[in-house]
Design a protein around this ligand. Sequence first.
Ligand SMILES: C[S@@+](CC[C@H](N)C(=O)[O-])C[C@H]1O[C@@H](n2cnc3c(N)ncnc32)[C@H](O)[C@@H]1O
Length: 323
Amino acid sequence: MVLAEFLCEGNSSLFLAHLNPELFAHADQPLAGRIAHLEQADFGFVLDDVYPFTDHFSAGIDKRAFLTSLFVQPDLFIRIHPGKESRVKKTLDLAEIKYREISESTLALPNGVKLDMLFPEIAKGTGLFEVQDLSSQHASTFFEPHQYDYWWDSCAASGGKSLNLFHQQKNIKLLVTDVRENILFNLDERFKRAGVKDYQKKIIDLTKDPTLYLNSYMFDGIILDAPCTGSGTWGRSPELISQFNSQQILTFQGLQRSIAGNLIKFLKPGKPLIYITCSVFKEENEANVEYLVKTYDLKLEKLEVIKGYERKADSMFVARLIR
Ligand SMILES: C[S@@+](CC[C@H](N)C(=O)[O-])C[C@H]1O[C@@H](n2cnc3c(N)ncnc32)[C@H](O)[C@@H]1O
């Protein structure tokens, strides 16, 4: 507990000042310095013990930077609906909320800001912004939809990625599916607020062949934002680290392969499958891309390990594969 206070709260911890004044004397250092201090001192602290799955990391992940980021609360990111930018920023300025402007429409807010109290009009159905992690917003730049395309968001949940798609290109047809009926009710609410009316919705378990539901549909793009370990998001929910067992990685890999395998025949030749995870494990990321390329003769156009840990955001993976 004392070590957690030292790492997460630093010299703002009165608890630490009271319980361990000796350690408190080092608490004004930056986080990297506090970690180094604990490693050298006699506390038995080993940074690797905090997240014992680093052998599974995707290529390019800086182990020490990633582990260090776990002691910092990620920011809360919003993506403002087109045309609503000045209205949202004015409300935040009036409430004296400090935010980082990532772009004209993307803001980073301190975690814990009560957006529903600041913007009560949202509860009445006014769409102003989407709460969406920065890395998730970045992954969506891989969509590149064209006018009049027909897209399928296959694991849509409450529709975060679909809304990105619509904001990139209004004139598309969209099918959203998920295995969970309830989450698609949330999608309806969210789409309504965002003014999106024209979409089709189906509840489908994609571990089974969906031909019965889709007949001869063919899509210009398919988004597979796959169920995954979520290992790139555990900075927001560190309790999940201790509950996780590395054998689960291959279970998710199997699920992701099975879902992907059931989608591909519905993709028009020459069109993209956008494969996304919020995992930092290579088995769910590069290894799956390699598998999909080999098994279904897809062409890898580009992929990216999105290093959210460098930007107080989640870490994710995205690949654009062409049939
Ligand atoms: C990472 S979430 C998707 C998040 C969403 N795309 C967004 O941007 O908010 C993965 C989704 O896959 C769905 N899922 C899990 N197993 C599935 C299956 N067998 N068939 C279809 N969807 C499934 C889950 O219900 C969950 O909503």
